[in-house]
Design a protein around this ligand. Sequence first.
Ligand code: MN
Ligand code: MN
Length: 359
Amino acid sequence: MSKQRVTLTQFIIEAQRRFPAATGDFSGLLDNIATACKAIANSVGRGALTGHLGSAGSHNIQGEEQKPLDLIADSAMRRGNEWAGHLAGMASEEEADVIAIPEAFPRGRYLLLFDPLDGSSNIDVNIAVGSIFSVLKSPRPGEAADLADFLQPGTEQVCAGFALYGPATMLILTTGQGVNGFTLDHGIGEFVLTHPLLTIAEDTQEFAINASNERFWEPPVRRYVDECLAGKSGTRDKDFNMRWIASLVAETFRILVRGGVFMYPRDSKNSQQAGRLRLMYEANPISMLIEQAGGSASTGRDRIMSIRPESLHQRVPLVFGSKREVERIIRYHQEYASGGETEESRSPLFGTRSLFRSP
Ligand code: MN
Ligand code: MN
């Protein structure tokens, strides 16, 4: 006897039925996003066969080298979502300004922000990448959205999610009632619910950080990592494992499935920017998913989703994952800010132990 399978389409329509006032607009939007992700999965999955690896020879607004697949994914998201009348505007990592809905199509009530291909530096080495998206309500439904319409804090998101193009293609989604994971069944071309109500364990023994930046870290981050490295012989009294995939979507899915903490903290590497990851189409949607799954997401100092955005491509420090670990990291930042030097010097490991210096 095979179990009844729930497709994404069925899931969305059943969710819509619980809101009698729903117009179907939102369901239509989700369906278009899912279709765009399937198209991107197809392009990414063909890898070197299409000659789309390597550089596109151009740079985006962030000064990052664009890959041909960055541009293919950007166009798939735009084209897949511009026509249906659900959106008042879009914004993409790959485009400097707000993307207008073409004149030929009606303007709707939602705003869509996306990172069309996250982790694209991993494309050439066949490591999982993905697409991240965030949906806001337009303050001026039916009219062409401008920049000010987009600058809403993450708490205003009505939906957030990402597609993961790994060994299996997945779609991870929240509309504010928990987080559900769907796996693409290539046989029927549909996403099928495989990971209902993902929940992040409060405790963990895994942390993820780019250790090559260690010399730029602030003392609270150094303290946290030092204590993890000390393992059973230190104050934490347990051994940790370190993970670093350098693909935000893959790190997020790992944490949703088996817990953990991810850090791209504020550091002194580039004084021009507060952090590495982009608030509006990376940190905010990931934070909504993480909070909806019972975890926490912070800059190390403030809740990510409470930040009032100042620009479309603003960067923020990002620390997220298992609740108690994130709370610990926030506490280390607070202790450091309120005369942390004594706190630091109390740590027997401070200044004597690190990833690349032996104790
Ligand atoms: Mn990205
Ligand atoms: Mn990207």
